[in-house]
Design a protein around this ligand. Structure first.
Ligand code: FES
Ligand code: MG
Length: 591
């Protein structure tokens, strides 16, 4: 290990040990002493390491970080660092109204100010629940001080009557069972609660497991650390090692910009296909790429990722859960399979100072039911496809979750196997959908394509996870479990619905979806990657002119100051839904 005291130019010394401005140094020092830190520590030349704490009572998924931080502290201390732990704005996926998506950019903004404005030489980013991971990584990218991510880990497996119940995924299933009258309210709650047996984040391959796996695939957390379940002793141990490692990273001046290269993002895209990762990943990786200054067009998800097979057998695409994923080898076992096919940029650098190739080479799969060898995948070509047309410029579809029922109903025309067409039923926001979905007068049939609009970053501030709509109850009882769903909102990573989502620009930004009417025929061609309403350009122009004259697409008023502020500057999901303009500020700790 490099001796920390020889590290050149620690930025914290400008606060605590700056002979050129002794007056300010005295002021800064004085107050940081008042809880017991000593002059000797603060002026020792030891690196000052932040722990960006995302755990709290409001964030149950990340709450275990309050415990893990003790081990992180011990690691930092042992390696010769001084610890300053501080809170990050909480983002609980399931608890925040109207949607946790609204707070990713707020937490980002807050963390940028903390990392830039306080005497921190390096930071441990405590990640977990869906949006906490991108928010923390995005902020570390903007500021660009040495940073290492520590996952809180998934919950233990959930069980109900001898079967694995996965968080989130069981909710979608239980809702269908409730709608079909198979279970009552009490059983519904019991079933859902069974999926959350311990501390940690969603045990399915939802957005949390996805983003924590991708943080590791990007090289931003220690190899093998993402999948460790929250309550396991290994989780405590890796917290300690993470604390030790950040001190070394400061000495080595190993920064996010050294790790988050275009190659690293392409590695992450391929890992995302192999794990069956969430449709939220393209949004968050686009945002992270923009904040670190890497060019990552949405189309890269298709060109780099579509052909990669699904190897990880986790719900919602498969059967198993987080504990199984860890026992089977986690991210390194997946990466090693991809490496065997030349699908990984092996020389991408990671936080441990070694390359992705060196970290993962030879890591064997421990259970081939859970992580499949490359030549025995669960599904071929399991990545996303990117669609465009007169309804939107860009949207994505997770093809790995297309099930047999859906394939037989929509993708079985021998002359046209990748295309389907049908009449649209259009909902304006989730409330409209909930009010009307079971109304028989809507005339929804198995041929219907259901549209959700007004659910994008502007229309429903933060973008709602609502595109995966269940069919009306009368169709479910007839055995129709999924209709094609298309929309400008997001979809929970725990949903197994093959929706077309993240459509950009959204209706609220006057994208083509704003012009669609119930009854219009729409054609989707997955092979060509097109989605079009079958109307003439003249008709669409007329509708657009009329809508503009009427004041544009209407959406609900903001309820909080932040909603209004974010709506004014947020970009569309195909480019990360970031606060436009924030990407101008790069590597700001170096300026
Ligand atoms: Fe937090 Fe799923 S709700 S990880
Ligand atoms: Mg989610």
């Amino acid at each position: 290990m490099t001796e920390p005291s020889t590290t050149p130019k620690l930025r914290s010394r400008a606060w605590f040990d700056n002979p050129a401005n002794i007056d300010m140094t005295a002021l800064y020092l004085e107050r940081y002493l008042n809880f017991g830190l000593s002059l000797e520590e603060l002026q020792s030349g030891k690196p000052i390491i932040g722990i960006a704490q995302t755990g709290s009572d409001l964030s149950p998924c990340n709450r275990h970080h309050l415990v893990l931080a003790e081990r992180v502290r011990e690691g930092i201390r042992e390696a010769g660092g001084i610890v300053l732990e501080f809170p990050v704005h909480p983002i609980q996926e399931t608890g925040k109204r109207p949607t946790a998506g609204l707070d990713r950019n707020l937490a980002y903004l807050g963390l940028v100010e903390v990392l830039y404005g306080y005497p921190l030489d390096g930071v441990v980013l405590t990640i977990g629940c869906d949006k906490t991971t991108p928010a923390a990584l995005m902020a570390a990218a903007t500021v660009n001080i040495p940073a290492i991510a520590l996952s809180v880990g998934p919950m233990l497996n959930g069980w109900h009557k001898g079967e694995r119940t996965g968080s989130g995924t069981i909710v979608w299933k239980a809702r269908q069972m409730l709608a079909a009258g198979e279970i009552d309210d009490k059983e519904f709650i019991r079933l859902v609660a069974s999926s959350a047996p311990s501390t940690g984040y969603c045990n399915t391959m939802g957005t949390a497991t996805t983003m924590n796996s991708l943080a590791e695939a990007l090289g931003m957390s220690l190899p093998g650390s993402a999948a460790i379940p929250a309550p396991y002793r290994d989780r405590q141990e890796v917290s300690y090692i993470t604390g030790k490692r950040i001190v070394e990273m400061v000495a080595e001046d190993l920064k996010p910009s050294d790790i988050l290269t275009r190659q690293a993002f392409h590695n992450a895209i391929r890992v995302n296909s192999a794990i069956g990762g969430s449709t939220n990943a393209p949004i968050h990786l686009a945002a992270l790429a923009r904040h670190i200054g890497v060019d990552l067009p949405l189309k890269d998800w298709e060109t780099e990722g579509h052909k990669v097979p699904l190897l990880v057998n986790l719900q919602p695409a498969g059967e198993y859960l987080g504990e199984d994923y860890y026992r089977a080898g986690g991210v390194p076992a997946v990466v090693n399979q991809l490496m065997g096919q030349g699908l990984i940029h092996e020389d991408a650098l990671t936080v441990n100072g070694r390359t992705m190739g060196d970290n993962c080479r030879g890591v064997e799969i421990e259970d081939e039911k859970v992580i499949r060898p490359y030549d025995q995948p669960l599904k071929e070509e399991a990545g996303f496809i990117v669609l465009s047309g007169n309804l939107f410029d860009a949207a994505i579809m997770k093809t790995s979750v297309i099930g047999t029922e859906f394939r037989e109903r929509y993708l079985s025309n021998p002359n046209d196997p990748d295309a389907f067409e049908g009449p649209a039923v259009v909902f304006d926001g989730p409330e409209d959908y909930h009010h009307r979905i079971d109304d028989p007068s809507l005339g929804i049939t198995p041929e219907t394509l259901m549209f959700m609009r007004g659910a994008g970053p502007i229309g429903y501030p933060g973008a709602a996870e609502v595109v995966n709509m269940r069919p009306p109850a009368y169709l479910i009882t007839e055995g129709v479990h999924a209709l094609p769903c298309i929309g400008d909102g997001r979809q929970s990573g725990t949903s197994g619905s093959p929706s077309i989502l993240n459509a950009s620009p959204e209706a609220a930004a006057m994208g083509g979806l704003a012009l669609l009417r119930t009854g219009d025929r729409v054609r989707i061609d997955l092979n060509k990657g097109t989605a079009d309403v079958l109307l003439s350009d003249e008709e669409l122009t007329q509708r657009r002119d009329a809508l503009v004259a009427a004041g544009g697409y209407q959406y609900p008023a903001s309820q909080t100051p932040w909603q209004e502020m974010q709506r004014a500057v947020v970009g569309q999901m195909n480019t990360g839904a970031i606060l436009e303009g924030a990407e101008k500020y790069q590597r700001i700790a170096q300026t």
